[in-house]
Design a protein around this ligand. Structure first.
Ligand SMILES: NC(=O)c1ccc[n+]([C@@H]2O[C@H](COP(=O)([O-])OP(=O)(O)OC[C@H]3O[C@@H](n4cnc5c(N)ncnc54)[C@H](O)[C@@H]3O)[C@@H](O)[C@H]2O)c1
Length: 323
C-alpha cells in the first residue's frame, strides 16, 4: 500500500503543494481532523500532553478508516505523533488547535504556537463557541491576522461541514486560503463573516434544543416524543432541503403567517432551562450517567454512536455515487 498522495488535481484550487499540518490536542476532534488532511495526502503531526491520548490517536484513525472499508496504511503513513508542542508546529503551514474549551488554555496554547510556528503558518481554533477575536487577545497583530476559526463537527472525518470564522483581525487572504484548503480536502466549508458566538450551526441547533427542552419542562410531551417528531418529520427532509429552501418552497407569505401566530408563543429565555439544573443535580447528566433527558443502558448508548457512524458512512457513500 503506497502512501496517499494528495488531493486530485481538479480539486486542488489554491492547494499548490502538499501541506504540513499540526493538530494541537489529539482527542475526540483532533485525531479525526488530522485524519482528513492525512487522507488527502498532507503531512500531519498530532500533539497532545496526555501520553495515553497521543498513543491512541493514530490507532483511532485506523479504526475509523476500517469502519469505512479503507486500508489505513495508505493514510497513517502521512501521520506522526509528537509529544512536544513546539517541535510539532515548528515546520508547518497550518496549525489546528483542538484542545479543551477553556479560554485561558487556548490563550496559553496560541501564545506558544505563535512563537514556535513559521511566520507564514495559518493558526486555526476548533472552538465550539468562544469568539475567535477573544482567543487572539494575547497575540501580536501579525499572529492575530493569521488566526481564524475552523469549527468542525463530530465526527470530523465524517461530517462535511466546517465553519470558517473571520475574527475582527483575520486577514482576508488567510480566511480565503483556509476555506480553499478545507474545500480541497473534501469538506463543505462555509464562511462566517462575523465572529458571533456559536457561529451558524450551533445557533440554529441550540435554538431548536431550547424549544425542545422547554416543551418537555412544560409537560407538553416527553423527551422521546421530541426525538420521534424530529426524526420522522423535518429531520428526514433536512439532508436535501435546508430551512431557507424550505421557506421558499412553502412560500414566504405562508412563512410570515406562521411566524405571526407562532413567534409570540415560542420560548425566548436568555438562560438555560432549570430542567437541566434539576437533572444534573440528580446525577442524570446524560448517556454516560445512564440517564439524562432519556434513559440509557450501556448497550443502548453504545448503539447510538455505532448507528450514527453507520448512517453517516452510508449517506456519504450514496452521495459520492451520485445516489
Ligand atoms: N466534541 C465535539 O463534539 C466538538 C465539536 C466541535 C468542536 N469541539 C471543540 O473542539 C475542542 C476539543 O474538543 P474535544 O471534544 O476533542 O475534546 P477532548 O477532550 O476529546 O480532546 C482535547 C485534547 O486536548 C488535550 N490538551 C489538553 N491540554 C492541552 C494543551 N496544552 N496542548 C495540547 N493539547 C491539550 C487533551 O489532553 C485532550 O486529549 C474544544 O474546543 C471543543 O469545544 C468539540
Amino acid at each position: 500500500m503506497t502512501c496517499s498522495q494528495g488531493v486530485p488535481l481538479q480539486e486542488r484550487q489554491m492547494v499548490d503543494r502538499n501541506l504540513s499540518v499540526a493538530i494541537v490536542g489529539a482527542g475526540l476532534m483532533g485525531h479525526g481532523i488530522g485524519q482528513v488532511f492525512a487522507r488527502a495526502g498532507h503531512r500531519v503531526v498530532l500533539t497532545d500532553p496526555a501520553p495515553d491520548v497521543l498513543a491512541r490517536a493514530i490507532p483511532r484513525v485506523e479504526q475509523n478508516l476500517r469502519a469505512e472499508g479503507v486500508d489505513p496504511a495508505g493514510v497513517t503513513c502521512n501521520m506522526a505523533a509528537e509529544p512536544d508542542l513546539r517541535s510539532a508546529v515548528a515546520n508547518v503551514d497550518l496549525v489546528i488547535e483542538a484542545a479543551p474549551e477553556k479560554l485561558a488554555l487556548k490563550h496559553r496554547i496560541f501564545t506558544e504556537v505563535a512563537a514556535a510556528a513559521p511566520s507564514h503558518a495559518i493558526l486555526a481554533s476548533n472552538t465550539s463557541v468562544i469568539p475567535i477575536t477573544r482567543i487572539g487577545e494575547p497575540l501580536d497583530a501579525g499572529a492575530r491576522g493569521r488566526l481564524v476559526g475552523t469549527h468542525w463537527w463530530n465526527p470530523p472525518h465524517l461530517i462535511p461541514l466546517v465553519e470558517v470564522v473571520r475574527s475582527e483581525h483575520t486577514r482576508m487572504d488567510v480566511f480565503e486560503q483556509t476555506f480553499a484548503w478545507l474545500a480541497a480536502v473534501g469538506k463543505a466549508p462555509v464562511k462566517v463573516h462575523r465572529d458571533v458566538a456559536g457561529f451558524i450551526g450551533n445557533r440554529l441547533q441550540h435554538a431548536l434544543w431550547r424549544e425542545a427542552i422547554a416543551l418537555v419542562a412544560d409537560g407538553v410531551c416527553d423527551a422521546e416524543a421530541i426525538d420521534t417528531v424530529v426524526k420522522n418529520s423535518f429531520g428526514l427532509r433536512m439532508p436535501v432541503l435546508g430551512p431557507m429552501e424550505n421557506a421558499d418552497l412553502v412560500g414566504l407569505e405562508l412563512t410570515r403567517d406562521v411566524h405571526r401566530v407562532l413567534f409570540p408563543e415560542l420560548h425566548d429565555e436568555k438562560t438555560h432551562s432549570p430542567l437541566l439544573d434539576r437533572l444534573i443535580a440528580q446525577g442524570h447528566a446524560g448517556m454516560r450517567a445512564g440517564q439524562g433527558l432519556r434513559q440509557w443502558t450501556p448497550a443502548a448508548a453504545e448503539g447510538v454512536s455505532r448507528r450514527l457512524a453507520t448512517h453517516l458512512i452510508r449517506m456519504l457513500k450514496t452521495d459520492a455515487e451520485g445516489g
